[in-house]
Ligand binder design. Structure first.
Ligand SMILES: [Zn+2]
Length: 294
């Protein structure tokens, strides 16, 4: 099978999987792959990713100009182009709206806690790229800010984006992002994650070479904030507190600056804290609870 023919078939297959798993609804999502130094093969606009055929694909140049295909390229192609421009080693990009990961992006909660060994080893942290209107250069700029240092991103109030050396690699990373989001959600419902210590994280990242995993960027030093205003992010912020000798760290012992502060911003209260409601708020809460019961 010719390379292009195989890549068209792979995009069809990945589109079907994204659709079957509920990672996209309607015509959401898009997939692209490098064909050669001048051309990109991408999904067409306005088509369900679950019902594509190989002949529907569009080829473009690296400025997004259509070269061949009966249909138009995806309207979110600019975001893909930003990836290819800044990550010459990346061959494929997958964008979807998987519900749990997208829920984190809507809630403004990045997936940046060291929780699962596999995720630490493969993706590291998954930050949230700022909101940008879909199909505009705003979104491409938001992606550009983070993509040098990450293989998986959440897109604020939108979805997720993953990149890899081949199509299936990018797709599997999308599965990992959604799976990680679901596990994180359940752990938080059960009282919160126990985190991997920084020592353990360093050990896991040291195993990357053995498994042939190329890290997009090193971890940021503990006290460092990721990319300053106007500066592209060059390292990964991963919440993994230093606790000498400990491999797992209890959530409540997580440093005062990290999770605790952020949880406060999210409005998560300490269960021992008192809470004061006005009579009107209390009445509304009770009315709401009664409604839920019906
Ligand atoms: Zn989208």
């Amino acid at each position: 099978m010719q390379i292009e023919e195989r890549l068209r078939a792979d995009i069809v297959e990945i589109g079907r999987r994204l659709h079957d798993r509920g990672f996209v609804a309607s015509n959401d999502g898009n997939i692209s792959v490098r064909l050669d130094a001048e051309r990109l093969l991408t999904t067409p606009a306005g088509v369900s990713k679950g019902f594509m055929t190989p002949d529907m694909m569009v080829t473009t140049d690296f400025s997004g100009r259509k070269l061949t295909g009966e249909r138009e390229p995806s309207s979110e192609i600019l975001m893909h182009l930003a990836v290819y421009e800044h990550r010459p080693e990346i061959e494929a990009v997958v964008h979807a709206h998987p519900p749990t990961a997208t829920g984190f992006s809507v809630a403004g909660i990045p997936l940046d806690r060291a929780v699962l060994a596999e995720v630490v080893t493969t993706l590291g942290s998954i930050p949230i790229a700022d909101y940008g209107t879909p199909s505009t250069s705003e979104l491409a700029d938001a992606v550009r800010h983070y993509i040098r240092a990450h293989d998986g991103l959440l897109l604020a109030n939108h979805g997720a984006l993953t990149v890899a050396h081949d199509l299936f690699g990018a797709y599997y990373k999308m599965e990992t992002v959604e799976h990680f989001a679901r596990i994180s959600l359940v752990a938080r419902q059960l009282g919160g994650e126990r985190l991997l210590s920084r020592e353990e994280v360093n050990r896991l990242q040291g195993l990357r070479d053995r498994y042939g995993i190329a890290a997009p960027a090193p971890l940021c030093p503990p006290a460092r904030e990721e990319g300053k205003e106007g500066e592209d992010v060059s390292c990964q912020v991963l919440e993994a507190p230093s606790q000498p000798g400990a491999r797992l760290v209890e959530a409540q012992t997580v440093g005062s600056g990290g999770a605790a502060t952020r949880d406060c911003h999210l409005g998560l209260l300490d269960p021992d804290d008192g809470i004061r409601l006005t009579y009107r708020e209390l009445t509304a809460l009770i009315a709401d609870a009664v409604k839920q019961l019906r």
